[in-house]
Write a protein that binds this ligand. Structure first.
Ligand SMILES: [Zn+2]
Length: 552
């Protein structure tokens, strides 16, 4: 099958293509520069007056795993007020803040996304997370396994295990959980919470005998030495606490120059100035990102309205439970490996704190100079549902629209923010970097996020419109591996993506120690904990694509 896309304005930052008109050829699901003599064209799409980008990639969105299902069951109001009827080709579903699995896949595809990464896979719950992700059609998936509060790692650090032994554990865990990266949430803090501790600063020794700095240094080194493309994904200490920008800067420094990705950094960029003792430290954080090339971040922008917060950070979710709206919350744990807290929340533009949070996220976007190192996320559903991305893109690309919204937020927050003085407007090229080229690059997905020869034909075509939000909400065409899946914002064919994983090499001697640990302390057996490649494909229903690791 050969398809020609002709006359479109191409944005392909991986090849420095910035709005030039170029023809693209899709042959058997892959992109080609031209057709060979014996390839016959089957179909041509005229893309005059259209913008063409690679399929978008969301590197941080909670769409699978235990806490998401808890959120779904807790948010019946959300489910009932947003029903999604089925059709000849679509399954029914529901939900806006936490859409059901099928709906999540459909909504992402309708916006031109072709891959989504679940950032908090509790290792013992990885099987269920992958089952939910297998139930999410249309997009490719992948997960980040949680470490940094588990007894096994904390014991190794306390006992002075070698870095090589820790690397073996990290590699074994990635293999056992079928994940593509490692995430650490409030390093050591969730563990400390179980000892009734309510805070743990970066250099404070927790009950495990180590501090967050050591845990982050150890894990970022492990990820680096194992040659995993994606840097350690870090949810820093003191989420949401006024003054936490200092611990965020300390967390960046903990990586000691090695690659580190700070997630939902908006929630970690707060000062203590002003009448409310809550202020923006976006400038300090953006400056640190600008000055430290080893650091990347996704923003975790908030949007006004109802959502639900789902986090592995039991310590800080417990801290926030008084603010639940509606009034219900859940804190739970499985096997004391990490944590889980789920709290419904309504962000209000007339609340000083919420309005300033909104401004802080945008301030970070606008002050980080390099779009290759800042990523467009709302930490779905924590800051807002992912379906608000087109609105967020408009806020970034249209200064007068941004300032109009700014004028209606809480007056005190307006005074506390310098957002209105920021002239920057993101270009289409920069949006293509932030939502396509950069996520593919940082995740190590060489065939994604670009439109060069040999790339998977994941392509999103937008019809030019004056209203950027409308344009990004309803692509004219979306292709997934060369198949037309969306036309004029509506799904025309359903597909099932793959799950991206890494499998770094390790010394299997670590399994002897792990087996004893499982026998002594876990309720699941060592052998049942591991998810094999065959189980992923035959039982869970996820084809896997393994990406190479360049072990150093
Ligand atoms: Zn998150």
């Amino acid at each position: 099958m050969a398809i020609k896309l002709t006359g479109g304005e191409i944005y392909d930052p991986a090849h420095q293509v910035d709005g030039q008109n170029k023809d693209l050829y899709i042959v058997d699901g892959k992109l080609q520069k031209s057709l060979t003599d014996n390839e016959k064209l089957d179909q041509t799409y005229d893309l005059s007056n259209c913008i063409v980008m690679a399929g978008a990639i969301d590197l941080h969105t909670h769409i699978g795993g235990g806490k998401v299902n808890i959120a779904r069951t807790m948010m019946l109001e959300d489910a009932h007020s947003h029903p999604h009827p089925g059709s000849d080709i679509l399954r029914s579903g529901n939900g806006r803040a936490v859409p059901s699995t099928f709906s999540s896949g459909y909504r992402y595809a309708e916006m031109g996304y072709t891959a989504c990464f679940e950032p908090a896979v509790l290792p013992v719950n990885a099987r269920q997370a992958h089952m939910e992700l297998a139930d999410t059609p249309m997009v490719d998936k992948g997960g980040y396994a949680l470490l940094g509060n588990d007894d096994f790692l904390l014991n190794m650090i306390r006992e002075g295990a070698t870095q090589n032994a820790i690397n073996d554990y990290v590699a074994w865990l990635l293999d056992a959980t079928q994940c593509i990266g490692i995430k650490v949430v409030n390093a050591g803090g969730i563990h400390a919470f179980k000892y009734n501790q309510r805070r743990l600063d970066v250099d404070e020794t927790g009950p495990a005998g180590s501090n967050p700095r050591e845990i982050i240094a150890t894990l970022s080194k492990a990820v680096h030495e194992l040659g995993i493309a994606f840097p350690l994904h870090v949810h820093a200490s003191n989420l949401g606490v006024p003054g936490n920008f200092a611990s965020t800067l300390a967390t960046m420094a903990a990586a000691d120059g090695l690659p580190i990705h700070l997630t939902h950094i908006q929630f970690h960029s707060y000062g203590t100035e002003g009448d409310y003792k809550f202020s923006s430290a976006a400038c300090e954080i953006a400056e640190a990102i600008n000055n430290n090339k080893n650091v990347s971040a996704d923003v975790g922008q908030i949007m006004f309205g109802q959502t639900i917060t789902t986090s592995g950070d039991t310590m800080m979710q417990y801290f926030g439970h008084d603010h639940a709206s509606p009034k219900k919350w859940t804190i739970m744990d499985i096997e004391c490996e990490a944590g889980c807290g789920v709290i419904p929340f309504k962000y209000r533009d007339k609340s000083f704190v919420n309005a300033l949070q909104w401004a802080i996220g945008l301030e970070i976007f606008l002050q980080v100079n390099d779009p290759w190192r800042v990523f467009l996320t709302t930490d779905h559903p924590n800051g807002a549902p992912f379906t608000s991305y087109p609105h967020l893109i408009k806020l970034l690309m249209d200064r007068s629209f941004r300032n109009d919204v700014f004028k209606i937020i809480h007056k005190g927050a307006q005074k506390a923010s310098n957002l209105a003085s920021m002239d920057r407007e993101y270009s289409l090229y920069e949006i293509a970097i932030m939502t396509r080229a950069a996520p593919a690059k940082i995740l190590g997905l060489s065939n994604h996020g670009h439109l060069g020869e040999g790339a998977n034909a994941n392509i999103t075509v937008y019809r030019k419109q004056n209203d950027i939000e409308q344009m990004f909400a309803k692509p004219a065409y979306v292709f997934k591996n060369g198949t037309l899946i969306v036309k004029d914002g509506e799904i025309v064919e359903t597909v099932q993506g793959v799950t991206h994983v890494v499998k770094p090499e390790f010394d299997r001697a670590i399994e002897k120690r792990l087996k004893k640990y499982f026998d002594d302390f876990q309720t699941i057996s060592f052998n049942n904990f591991k998810i094999s490649n065959d189980e992923m494909i035959e039982c869970i229903g996820n084809e896997i694509e393994t990406h190479p690791c360049g072990k150093i």
